[in-house]
Design a protein. Sequence first.
Length: 230
Amino acid sequence: MRQSKFTFQAFLIIVLIFSVMAFFFTLFLSGMADKAWNPHVNDSYEIAGTDLTIRYSDRKGNGIFEGDPVNGVLKVEGSFGHDWGIALEGDYLYLNEYRTSTLGMMFCQLVRINLNTYEKEVLMQNTILRGQCTSGELICVSDILMPSMQPETNEMARLYAMTSANIDPKSDKGTVLFIDPSDTKVLYETEDDDVLSDDFDALYLDHSLEEIRNGKYREETQTESQEEGR
């Protein structure tokens, strides 16, 4: 009887040991799979005219680095954009900064960074910098949801739009702002029914503020686009 009891206990111990080994082996395989399907992020984009780099990294953090792209020194922490618009004017760098809420909504704000002190100043909330027009003014878009926050891709978009009177989640309508980079004053603004169109650069960035004020640029640009599409 004692021998049977001992054999059963030994069997339980063996099962327990193999169960623990199987558990850790499963964790190991899961970790290997995560590394294979979700490799570490470590991308960098140089900012023209400076020795600065915008880095996206899950190891060293996101932000603006000075010096070597690999071993540079972090100067300003944050998730900054490089693809839509960056402007360098004197001692100031203008660019987009993104943040994601706990509910998965992404927001963009226009910031400028003093390249002497590396102090960051938020100029406008919920505003996207698209670049500069030919006369040098910053071209920004406001009163519009980020593409990642459209109702088709984010269920919280409609709820957020309800708290913002100027935003229509069913429309690509927005306000185009022209900002003087020397004093950050808004010189001119105009509403556009499709600020996310592919013609945005041709309509705004490729013209001067004076041309945009008189309105003739729009008819000419749209005519050229129609001719190219034929």
